[in-house]
Structures are given as C-alpha cells and as structure tokens.
Design a protein around this ligand. Structure first.
Ligand SMILES: NC(=O)c1ccc[n+]([C@@H]2O[C@H](COP(=O)([O-])OP(=O)(O)OC[C@H]3O[C@@H](n4cnc5c(N)ncnc54)[C@H](O)[C@@H]3O)[C@@H](O)[C@H]2O)c1
Length: 355
C-alpha cells in the first residue's frame, strides 16, 4: 500500500484557482497557506466573489475571464478547479494543453461526464488529478501507515458510518440535479475504500430521499462494496439526523486479524464548524482483554487533507513521484462505482416471496 504525500515538491509552482466558493475559502486556500504554496490568481464567474476572496487571502490577481486566467498563467502553473461538477468539462476545454490540473470532486455528474473529462484530459495531455483529499486526511494517513506496518494484521473489514445533519441548503446548485448523496458525498468514502482495498467486484446499494428535504434528490445511502466472502466494506450515510449531537456519529473503522482502528471525522458533526476528531486503536495481546488507546493526530480533514492532492500533483509534475494517486484515470474508477451504486439502487433488491 503506497503511503500518500510522502514527498515534497521540488519546484515552486504558482496555483491558478478557478472558483472562489465555500470550499475554496474553508479548505483549499487555508491548506495552501499552511503548506506555503503560492496562489497567483483566482477567477470566479462571480467576479465580486473572486475579489473578496483574493483580498481575504492576499491573492494578487483576479482575472476578468477564464480566458484571461488561462492565458496569463505561468507555463509551470497548476490550475485548481473548484466549481460545481457541471462546469468542469467546459472549464477544462479552455485551459492550455499539457498543464497540471487539480479538479474538485465529483468528476462530472455521472459516468458519461467522467468519461468525457478523462478523454479530454488525454487529448489535451493534461496531467490531471481529482481532489479526493479524504485519502490524505491526517488520521487516515496515520491509519494507512499502521496498516502498512502490519499493526492490525490482515485487514478484512472497513466501515464508514455517518449519522449527521448536513446543511445541504448551503449548496443551492444541488437542488437542480438528480444525484446528490452518493455523487457529492459518499463518493469520498467509495474512493477511500478503493484506496485501501482496491476495486470492488460489484456493489449493492440503496439511496433514499428525506421527507424534509423536498428540493433534493436522495440524501441517505446504504452501500455494500463487494470484495468477496472474506472482506466486508460498508458505507452508511444519513444526513438527515436533526436531533442534536447526542447520537450523531461520523467514523471510519478498520478491522484486521490482530487489531482495529477507529477514527471520528469530527468535521461532519456540526458542519462546517465540526467537533474534535478522535483516533483510537486496539491491538490484541495474548492473555489480555482488548484495550483501546487514543492517539493525538496533528491536523484534520479541513484544511490539512487539502495539502495532499495538490502536493502530490506538484511532486508528480516534478518527477519526484512516479504515480499520481488520484489521477483522472484512477478517479474514473471511483466514478464507475458511483454509477453502479445508482444503478443498483434503481434496479431494486431481491424480490421476497411472501406466499
Ligand atoms: N471535501 C470536499 O472535497 C468538498 C467539500 C465541499 C465542496 N466540494 C466541491 O467543490 C465544488 C464547489 O463547492 P463549493 O462548496 O465551493 O460551492 P459554492 O457554491 O460555494 O461555490 C461554487 C463557486 O463556483 C463558481 N462557479 C460556478 N461555475 C463557474 C464557472 N463556470 N467558472 C468559474 N466559476 C464558477 C460559483 O460562482 C461559486 O462561487 C463542488 O464541485 C463540490 O463538490 C468538495
């Protein structure tokens, strides 16, 4: 299992931001500031938004058009696209060929769009990655290291469970689309599971709407990624738990033959304010009752995880690493699982014969 973001870029590459919305302010720009990356320009079709974000983060240039952002970018610049997925293809088309690009998830609104994005990146020879940053969250990296070192033995169970109240109203663009939860949220978990267990054989899924979220497509999902009869991988996501923090939960758990790791993704509880993360592990010892140990992990999903995909993209462009972990080629496979999940949900379960 490769340890992500183990290297640092060799050269300084200016970043050109496309999009100046919530996630850019909450995570991209704070992460790049923390990492010491230079953001040279920021463009948003809402120019006032670009200007106010530029002011807040000390970004010198706010191009008046995408064309200007693309044509004035330094030859070694990387483009960081953080717009709704429906805009990705059109933006990529206008970028110069043979550049580095990081693209926010999801990679288009369905698999057909993901294919168009992948094909465009191939044709334009873009070195492109998708921002599946959960793989790089500090607690996930700590778990990945422990698992790679064999601390919990053979990994045979991975579970992600989210029972939270997500303020979907913050993303009005979601109201117009037919896929919400799996495409925009659980896609992170599907990608995370793939990064640990590889590609599932197939998927069983059911995704449901919420009676109080009338403007949105489904916001709750149960997903079973099938890895055969010895490996369990589950995602349960309920974003409609409006009953306070007491019974909210948000965790990733890995179980192995010799131990287990559980980490709380505090960010999602009371999003975007969040509650603290918690990282615990248990290693079995002969003759002793199982005991859980807490570990202090520095940093958290927002913003720290956002350093990883950008850093690895820069490292790959510099030739420091020879594999781009969340390349569009790899991300396409995550999108293929998303597509299969929606198909599974639509096709229904096994009929029950009650007579
Ligand atoms: N953890 C994560 O990875 C994470 C979290 C939240 C959002 N996101 C992703 O980030 C993207 C943006 O989400 P957000 O929360 O910032 O949404 P937002 O609505 O706050 O911001 C989107 C911004 O994109 C701009 N925009 C739209 N089309 C554009 C175009 N063609 N050219 C330039 N600018 C354009 C809008 O004017 C707006 O400022 C989405 O794709 C979403 O899936 C990722």
């Amino acid at each position: 299992m490769s340890l992500l973001c183990a290297e640092t870029p060799r050269t300084r590459r200016p970043i050109v931001m496309i999009g100046a919305g919530g996630i850019v302010c909450d995570a991209h720009l704070p992460a790049y500031r923390k990492a010491g990356f230079e953001v040279a320009a920021i463009y948003d079709k809402d120019l006032a938004r670009a200007k106010s974000t530029a002011e807040k983060f000390g970004i010198a240039n706010t191009p008046a058009s995408l064309d200007e952002a693309a044509s004035t970018a330094a030859p070694n610049a990387v483009f960081d696209i953080a717009t709704p997925a429906s805009a990705h293809l059109e933006i990529l088309e206008q970028l110069p060929d043979e550049r580095g690009v990081l693209l926010q998830k999801p990679m288009g609104e369905d698999l057909a769009a993901a294919r168009s994005i992948r094909d465009l990146c191939r044709r334009k020879k873009l070195t492109a990655a998708v921002n599946f940053q959960l793989r790089y969250a500090p607690d996930v990296r700590a778990a990945r290291k422990m698992i790679a070192e064999g601390k919990i033995g053979k990994l045979h169970d991975m579970e992600i469970r989210v029972t939270v109240f997500t303020p979907w109203h913050l993303w009005t663009f979601l109201e117009a689309i037919s896929r919400v939860e799996i495409l925009y949220h659980s896609v992170h978990y599907i990608d995370l599971i793939r990064s640990f267990l590889g590609d599932p054989l197939d998927i069983y899924a059911k995704t449901m709407r919420h009676p109080k979220m009338g403007k949105l497509a489904s916001t709750r999902s149960n997903l079973i990624l099938n890895y055969g009869d010895m490996l369990r991988a589950n995602i349960t996501a309920n974003h409609g738990h409006q009953f306070g923090l007491r019974h909210q939960e948000s965790y990733v758990k890995w179980e192995g033959t010799e131990g287990a790791i559980k980490t709380r993704m505090g960010l999602l509880m009371d999003y975007p304010k969040g509650v603290p993360d918690e990282f615990e592990y248990c290693i079995l010892e002969a003759g002793k009752p199982p005991e859980w140990t807490a570990l202090d992990i520095e940093g958290t999903w927002f913003p720290d995880a956002f350093i990883g995909p950008m850093s690895d993209l820069m490292c790959f462009l510099d030739g420091v690493i020879d594999m781009l972990p969340t390349s569009v080629e790899d991300a396409y496979k995550t999108m293929a699982v998303v597509e299969a999940a929606y198909e599974s949900s639509a096709s229904g379960g096994t009929p029950v014969l009650y007579d």
